[in-house]
Design a protein around this ligand. Sequence first.
Ligand code: KG4
Ligand code: ZN
Length: 360
Amino acid sequence: MGKALTFLGIESSCDDTAAAVVRLAPDGSGAILSSVVEGQAALHAPFGGVVPEIAARAHAEKLDHAIEAALSAALVTLSDLDGIAVTAGPGLIGGILSGLMLAKGLCAATGLPMVGVNHLAGHALTPRLTDGIGFPYLMLLVSGGHCQFLMVRGPEEFHRLGSTIDDAPGEAFDKVAKLMGLPQPGGPAVEAEAAAGDPLRFRLPRPLLDRPGCDLSFSGLKTAVLRARDEVVAAKGGLTVQDRRDLCAGFQAAVADVLAEKTGRALALCPVPVIAVAGGVAANGMIRARLEAVARAAGVQFLAPPLKLCTDNAAMIAWAGIERFRLGHCDGPELAARSRWPLDATAVPLIGSGKRGAKA
Ligand code: KG4
Ligand code: ZN
């Protein structure tokens, strides 16, 4: 039996300002005492994407409030904490700095230890918080900014099996939604259209399936959707409701096919008892069902944490901080913010993968 630990987590690496309090019980299980996420979607909506300067300023304005709300919802004060975990990268540097400077100030004032956390490690370690699973396991991160297969062997031991070489899948969903005149974020809108569409009408590519390995690519698929749309528009003078549904269904089926095939390959490369997913794209019913089927066929348990813990949040940062702290790690005031920070330092860097800076 270990010691109980209570950590405040702070997350500000993209467009969610988040704070949470997480407690590790002596038996090793974790409990989320509070998790506050203040999104910035309305601030960025007029620009059609996340504007880094606006995000950084919004984090600086909202963080105090999010932290106070998280402490009060958890019924704790700063003096009840054993440490503060903060995202130190990767992501948009202005936002990361807002959170990091605040954490440094709080730790200097209270004497609490500070633990810098890699945002991707936060996602990757979430199934240990939600389901108490042991190492090793396979993690598929699929969101608007991330896309990678990770073999997780320990709180700081990650092996990247594959990654997108261009866009992240959520980014592709968002771009396809834009092409169809659908609202942002595009994933849920495209999924809703696809439900009434024919996935076989448009012949869309399955990028990189012809190459060995687990790397992925979504940029060409998005361009193929653009071409197919333009052909219909040129022939008919516009898109009917059914054209739009069929294009969305074809695109979603292509993403699902690629993710399912590459997941099968990752499981074949790394026989593990569990595969977990994280990221907003894991909310997609068809994609989730396909991944679950691949896991079942391989005799592997499939885990998808509740959606609010799949997407960006600070509970995962607090938990990853606790995991690092238990290994004896603690950071000083010199801790730097990093826009890029690969989890697997030995993996070949993939420049330009994903839109939001959190690429590694
Ligand atoms: O993890 P997340 O909330 O934020 C980051 O990107 O870090 O993921 C958001 C992404 C967006 O690109 C959104 O379009 C996508 O996840 N998404 C979906 C669905 N719900 C959200 N993609 C496909 N199907 C969905 N149902
Ligand atoms: Zn994230």
